[in-house]
Every structure is written in C-alpha cells, then in structure tokens.
Design a protein around this ligand. Sequence first.
Ligand code: SF4
Length: 325
Amino acid sequence: MPETLIDLQNLNKIFTFTSGIFNSQNRIVHAVQSINLQIWKGETLGLVGESGCGKSTLARLIVGLENPSSGFIFFQGDDISSYDKRAMKIYRRNVQLIFQDPYSSLNPRKSAISMVKEPLIIHRSGNSDERRRQATELMEKVGLSAEQANRYPHEFSGGQRQRIGIARALILQPQLIIADEPVSALDVSVQAQILNLLKDLKQDFGLTYLFISHDLNVIRHMADRVAVMYLGQIVELAENRDIYESPLHPYTQLLLSAVPDCNPRKKRKKVIIKDEIGHGGNRGCNFQDRCPYKLPLCKEQQPVLQEVNKQRFCACHLAGSIRMS
Ligand code: SF4
C-alpha cells in the first residue's frame, strides 16, 4: 500500500449567502460534501469536474486558506486542526498552490525574482545572497533566464508568468503541489510545454501533485489516479486507465462521452442526459435530475463512495452494473 501524504476524512464545507439587502433568507451551498480521499506520496492525483463543483474549495481547504465546516485533514498522519502556529507554518511550507491565472496571482509592481524569493523571506530562510542564488537557480530550472529575473509581470507572456508562479511554489521545497487549473488560462500551444515542465519537476524534486482541471484530456496526460467530483462529492475514484477505459459512474460516462477519442475507430456510446440542471438537494443522489438510469431509491438515499473492485470506488446505487461501450 502506498504511503499516504494527505488523508481527508468526512470533509465538509458549507457556505451561507444572504440573497440580497431586502431579502433576509439565507442560501446554503454545500460546496464540499463528506469527502473521504487519500493523496499518496509521489503520485499525481487528478481531480476533474465541471466549473463550480467544489474543486477549488477543496484545494483551498487542503492548503489552509479555508477552514472546514466539519471533518478532518491529516498530513502525514497528523490532524492539521491540532497544529499550533509554528506547525501550521511548516505545513504551509510543505503544501503549495499553483493558481489558474498566472497574471492576477503575481504582483505587477514586483520583479520576477522578487516574487520567487518572497516565500523565503516570509519563512526567514537563508540570507539575501542565498535567497537570490536559490531563486535564480530555480528560475533557470523552470525555463527563465537570468536576464529575465529583473523584469516585471507585464513583460512576460502567459506561459512565462505561469513559470514564475511554478518557481514561487517550488522555492520552499514543498512535498505537495496543488495545481488548480494551471493551464486553462494559457494558449493551447503553450499548455503542453507547461504540463511537460510540471511532469519533469515532479520527477526531479520528488513531488506529489493534486492536479485539478475541468479538462479530461489534461487529466489523462498528467494523472496516475483520477477523482471525479460532482456538486461537492467525489463520485468516482480509480486509476487513470480504468476511468478512461471503463468509467463506472453515469456522470463520468457523461463527461467522457463529450470528449472526442483520439482513436477514430473507437466509438463511444453517447450518454443522453435528461436535463442540464444538477439536483444538489439534501435528499438522494446529487446526480438524479441528470441521470438516465435513476431508480426510485436514488430519490431517497444518497449513495456513498464504495469500493467496487480493488482501488475502484464509485458513489452510485448501480455501481458496477452500468457499462459504457
Ligand atoms: Fe444515477 Fe441513481 Fe446512480 Fe445517482 S445513484 S448516479 S441517480 S443510478
């Protein structure tokens, strides 16, 4: 069994919004629902789902930018809610986030090298010369030259800005990188370069990735295992090949039926959905309004993520009996 780096246990995040100044009624959004998930040391765990399904909230919970409403996050066996200030600082060193939009995540008034070495200053690591040397070396490693070190964000392309963001995330030598849609704001021609860079860095630095994307092709290229998220829940979890060759959950099947296969002879069954609006209520399966296989039980009882085969998990009352050709 691989070593577990992060262990999420029954993790929930609920947001409460007030609808408007004349309306005192609160709207409750259950952004993350009862998530049980492990990230193994050294793997790339892909997290896929449509926009607004809770992927980024989950990332922010793991990094510590949000507090869970309930549930636990364990890092190397320790419950992070028990950490004091010092332990939390060490945890934050070890778990770094790469953002979706490389432009808005950078300070326009700071040079590239200032931003890359800033985390070292915050964490009081090394002296000024050591910080500059480390930052320059890392910038070269991610494909930025020493001449570019003193330039400002507006002088870089989108791909180069993302390279600065990657160097900044790596400078503290973290164990886990959470990459939240790291290529979705980039031109298609640049996406492959950044993805391959991330793969190389993982190898060179012995990293673990939680790689978040709405793009199934990107996840297929990057991930060892894939977790599929729908309205706050993990509905399927399996190894990359199993997800793409024989998806079990109707939602995974729906996502895959919309992706063209690179093999023209391989025809995927088109999954017909009933409507475009998710259920997301408190009773029954979150996917019931869109599911073509809905049973009476699906209205009453929310399915839980259960192991169907070895390391294949699915949250559906029909798990294992619906096959996609
Ligand atoms: Fe469809 Fe029922 Fe499975 Fe939900 S539990 S995905 S409604 S078959």
